[in-house]
Design a protein around this ligand. Structure first.
Ligand SMILES: C[S@@+](CC[C@H](N)C(=O)[O-])C[C@H]1O[C@@H](n2cnc3c(N)ncnc32)[C@H](O)[C@@H]1O
Length: 286
């Protein structure tokens, strides 16, 4: 007799979340915090495509070893090793429970292939080996370094942590709206994502932001994530990277579609445009 699956119960927590989202039954009590974050904030397929493209353009070959700083749940590491059999990844984050969530929910489902990812629980400034071809620090986490001295130390360590043919990828946002306290709402399947720019200090550049989530039954997860950052500008960041010895620093600016909306296509640019709010990538070649 053939073994027949008698239940349609989801195999993984992520599948359970997807079902709850599709049936509009997610709420503040049953939703998983990290899953909500990944769904609403991260687009790792796009980032892996982008990294491959810029690395190939500069070095004429594909990179293999990616290091993801501030890796959280290591979603980018996961996507990186899925992309190519020869790829390996190193994720660094000092938060043990978040790394463990990533091990269970992002890496374990890959079986043996998960061995291609090494997760290190430490401050990103304490790790310089093994030397990576790509070092990615995304979702503005490097803004946690608020003084010039701290950021300079971090960028110098990033450079030391790269192979001769290597690049650092940072994301950055700005524009006049980045300095204005306001809440931006976005619908994601099964819930609403709220980006709350709570406070900005024009003298220090300090910015405090929150992520809140709201569900179809009216329940909310308030202050699910909190960020205390410095809103670094593009010119001061690029200057500092050059000061740290990076040989070439390129800003990839986002284009617009026929309706004038951000297109998701990022190209090297030296002029940009006067968008009230923008997100860009900085690529710094070792
Ligand atoms: C906003 S999450 C980023 C998650 C994911 N990489 C992304 O792109 O969305 C920031 C992460 O950085 C970690 N973190 C902040 N400062 C750190 C530091 N100095 N060293 C290591 N991890 C740090 C936190 O524990 C947290 O998991």
């Amino acid at each position: 007799m053939s073994a027949k699956k008698e239940t349609t119960a989801p195999d993984t927590m992520k599948e359970a979340m997807e079902i709850l989202a599709a049936t509009k039954k997610l709420n503040a009590d049953n939703a998983d915090l990290h899953w909500l974050y990944e769904q609403s904030v991260q687009n790792v397929e796009h980032e892996v495509e982008f990294i491959d493209k810029v690395f190939r353009k500069h070095y004429g070959r594909s990179p293999s070893l990616l290091r993801e700083d501030f890796c959280g749940t290591a979603l980018l590491c996961r996507e990186w090793i899925i992309r190519r059999e020869s790829n390996t990844a190193l994720g660094v984050d000092y938060d043990g429970p978040t790394l463990e969530w990533g091990r269970v929910n992002n890496l374990a489902p890959l079986g043996d292939r998960a061995r291609a990812v090494t997760l290190i629980q430490d401050d990103v400034r304490k790790v310089t080996e093994p030397k990576a071809e790509v070092l990615a620090a995304t979702n503005f986490s490097w803004w946690g370094f608020k003084t010039r001295a701290e950021l300079k130390e971090y960028f110098s360590l990033c450079r030391q942590s790269l192979q001769d043919e290597g690049l650092l990828m940072l994301d950055i946002y700005g524009g006049p709206e980045a300095q204005i306290p306001q809440i931006e709402e976005r619908e994601v399947e099964g819930f609403d994502y709220l980006w709350d720019q709570d406070d900005f200090n024009p003298i220090t550049g300090d910015i405090r932001c929150y992520i809140h989530f709201r569900f179809p039954n009216g329940s909310q997860m308030d202050e699910a994530f909190k960020y205390e950052w410095r809103l670094w500008s593009l010119p001061e960041t690029c200057d500092l990277l050059e000061e740290c010895g990076f040989s070439k620093v390129v800003v990839y600016w986002e284009g617009t579609d026929e309706d004038g909306e951000p297109s998701g296509e990022f190209k090297p640019d030296r002029k940009g445009d006067l968008a009230p709010a923008w997100v860009s990538y900085i690529i710094a070649y070792r």
